[in-house]
Design a protein around this ligand. Structure first.
Ligand SMILES: [Zn+2]
Ligand SMILES: [Zn+2]
Length: 169
């Protein structure tokens, strides 16, 4: 959904939307719901509110599917792209994210996608103490055990063994 900036009334806009979005590397299980208040000052556009999203990801240790439901606050102030790099933003408001817009339109879908990507855990876990899977036999160590670990040779010994073998040759 796009907002035409000159059309934003002085008192602001309340936008409620449900968007299906796609994110690279994740599957988004349900449409993203967002409630946003859009207002503008001279040439800045403020978007505040919240959005909720459900993501389906793989646990970074055991590869099990993990559902992550998140409610994210949205606090973004958009400046015209012409201002990039200018010193106009001396007053930094740490509560707000900063964005830039070009032309007269603001793409809310882009905003939503960005907000989700910013908050997504890069290494999701099904459980804080997930034991993961054995890299050798692939058994899920949360539900089973294997003997691979014990058999593992200390890598330093491995090097030594190779050296000794070379000497023999
Ligand atoms: Zn896991
Ligand atoms: Zn194993």
């Amino acid at each position: 959904m796009k907002i035409v900036i000159p059309d934003i009334p002085e008192e602001g806009l309340i936008v409620e939307l449900e968007e299906k979005i796609s994110l690279e590397g994740f599957s988004v299980s349900s449409p993203v719901k967002a409630q946003l208040a859009v207002s503008k000052t001279a040439n800045e556009v403020m978007v505040t509110g919240s959005l909720s999203v459900e993501l389906a990801m793989e646990c970074s240790r055991c590869l099990k599917d993990v559902q992550q439901a998140q409610d994210l606050p949205v606090n973004v102030v958009y400046h015209p792209a012409e201002e990039i790099g200018s010193e106009k933003h001396g007053l930094r408001d740490d509560e707000m994210d900063m964005g830039f817009y070009t032309g007269e339109e603001l793409d809310l879908q882009e905003l939503i996608t960005e907000q989700i990507l910013l908050s997504v855990q890069m290494k999701p876990l099904c459980n804080e103490d997930c034991k993961g899977i054995c890299p050798k036999c692939g058994i899920d160590l949360n539900t089973g055990t294997c003997t691979c670990v014990q058999k593992e040779i200390d890598p330093r010994l491995e090097v030594l063994k190779k050296l000794l073998q070379k000497e023999k040759e």
